[in-house]
Each structure stands twice: as C-alpha cells, then as structure tokens.
Ligand binder design. Structure first.
Ligand code: COD
Ligand code: ATP
Length: 203
C-alpha cells in the first residue's frame, strides 16, 4: 500500500473548500492551509508578534487578535508588503502542515489531501501529487467572492491579482475540477477524481 499526499488548489473562491468538504464526507483527511494560516497568528504566537513588529500595532485589535481586514487592505495593494507577510507566515504554515501530515501517516491514513491556494505560486506543486485544481472563470471567482466575503469588486480583483492566473494552475494540474456549474456536478467530479487517486494508492 502506498501513501498518497495529494494537493488541492485553485484561486480565490474557485471552490477548494467545496471540494474539500466533499472529500471529508468520504473520510479523506484534509489539511487546510488557510486554517493553519489562522493558527500561526493566534494571540500569544510569535507569528502574530512578528506581524505586529513589522506592520505596526494598528493591525492588532483591542482583544489581542489580528485585524484581518486591516492587514488585507495593506497587503493586497502592495506587493512588497504582501511578500513580507508571506515570508513571515509561509514557513510557519509549512512546518505545521508537515507535522499534520506526519500525524495522519502515523495513524495509518493512506490518502491525505493538502488544500492550499498558493501551492503553485510557492513552487510546491511537485510535493503534492497528484495535483487537483478547482477552476472557474475569473468573473465567477469575482462574483462568488463578493457574495461570500461581502467584498467589493476591487477587493476581489486585488486578491486575484496577487495569485497566479487559474489557467496557469490548470496547466500544472493532474486533475481539473470545473466548478462553473452546480455544486452537485462538482461533487460528482470530485468523487471521480477521488476514485482515481485511491486507485493509485493501491498500486
Ligand atoms: C491577509 C490576511 C490576514 C487576510 O485574511 P482574510 O481572513 O481576509 O482572508 P483568508 O486568510 O481567509 O484568505 C482568503 C483567501 O484569500 C487569498 N489569499 C490569502 N492570502 C493570500 C496571499 N498572501 N496571496 C494571495 N492570495 C491570498 C486566498 O485565496 C485565500 O483562500 C490573510 O489572508 C493572511 O494572513 N494571508 C497570508 C498568509 C497566506 O498566504 N495565506 C494563504 C495561503 S496559506
Ligand atoms: N458550484 C457552485 N455554485 C454556486 N456557488 C458555489 C459553487 N461552488 C462554490 N460556491 C460558493 O462560492 C464561494 C467560494 O467557494 P469555496 O469557499 O468552496 O471556494 P474556495 O476556493 O475554498 O475559496 P477561498 O480559497 O477564497 O476561501 C462559496 O461561498 C461557495 O458557497
């Protein structure tokens, strides 16, 4: 029996969480990089301390938590500041994710999913094969992000501009899930992809 650590990526609001939720219903453990990104900045962490040292006390709320909308407004309009934030958080997210992978492996899991929006951008695609990319047209990303996050079109487009175009990720993919239609259709595609991945784990 092999061990498969596969990647799940896409772009802003392209449908990664929707696919991840379906995978979980089939018993697949999913490690969520966005959730780890929140863990490494919880009050009391050195991650949060470093961010406050770099970006100033105004990115911390009175209750000690990170002011996420405020930090987002800073980093999604300034590439250098975003790179700075990434350089603080990405190594910490990476370390935590590897620890989580090891835990699942020790537990005897054979198929584990790593869900992260910036896998391809960070040159990590080959660590997580097969790579599954969830894709929708950019206008659909914008519309769904605005609806979900109560964001303006400019805010949604600024985040998308901070990511590699989805078409480039599709080129790096082993499997592509088209989330441009119904959720049911996406679930069906997810089930098909998972069946193929499990097949690989058996060989
Ligand atoms: C800037 C922050 C505080 C904004 O928080 P917010 O709650 O508004 O967004 P959240 O973290 O839920 O991210 C939502 C989506 O935004 C996009 N996004 C987030 N960070 C980045 C980034 N550095 N570059 C490009 N896109 C990003 C992703 O598509 C992500 O799924 C937060 O996104 C952050 O700390 N980002 C840096 C860490 C990171 O790279 N996270 C994403 C991958 S691990
Ligand atoms: N097929 C679909 N039809 C309509 N809405 C959808 C569909 N798939 C997902 N959505 C909605 O679009 C939004 C984005 O989906 P989801 O959260 O799965 O994307 P994501 O890639 O995980 O986003 P992010 O990485 O930005 O957090 C959500 O509000 C979700 O409910």
């Amino acid at each position: 029996m092999g061990f498969v650590l596969f990647g799940l990526t896409g772009g802003l609001a392209s449908g990664k969480s929707t696919v991840a939720a379906r995978l979980r219903t089939h018993g697949v453990p999913v490690i969520d990089a966005d959730a780890l990104a929140r863990e490494v900045v919880l009050p009391g962490t050195d991650g949060l301390a470093e961010i406050v040292a770099v970006f100033g006390p105004e990115v911390q709320l009175p209750d000690g938590t990170l002011d996420r909308p405020r930090l987002a407004a800073i980093v999604f309009k300034d590439d250098d500041k975003r790179r700075r934030l990434n350089s603080i958080l990405h190594p910490r997210i990476g370390a935590l994710s590897m620890a989580r992978v090891a835990e699942h492996r020790t537990r005897g899991e054979e198929v584990v999913c790593y869900e992260a929006p910036l896998l391809v951008e960070n040159g990590l695609a080959d660590m997580f094969r097969p790579l599954v990319v969830v894709a929708v047209p950019e206008d659909v990303q914008v519309a769904r992000a605005m609806l979900r996050d109560d964001a303006t079109e400019d805010q949604a487009r600024a985040r998308i501009a901070a990511q590699l175009p989805l078409a480039d990720k599709v080129r790096a993919a082993d499997f592509v899930i088209d989330n441009g239609r119904s959720r049911e259709d996406t679930e069906r595609q997810t089930d098909e992809v998972l069946a193929k991945i499990r097949e690989r784990a058996r060989t």
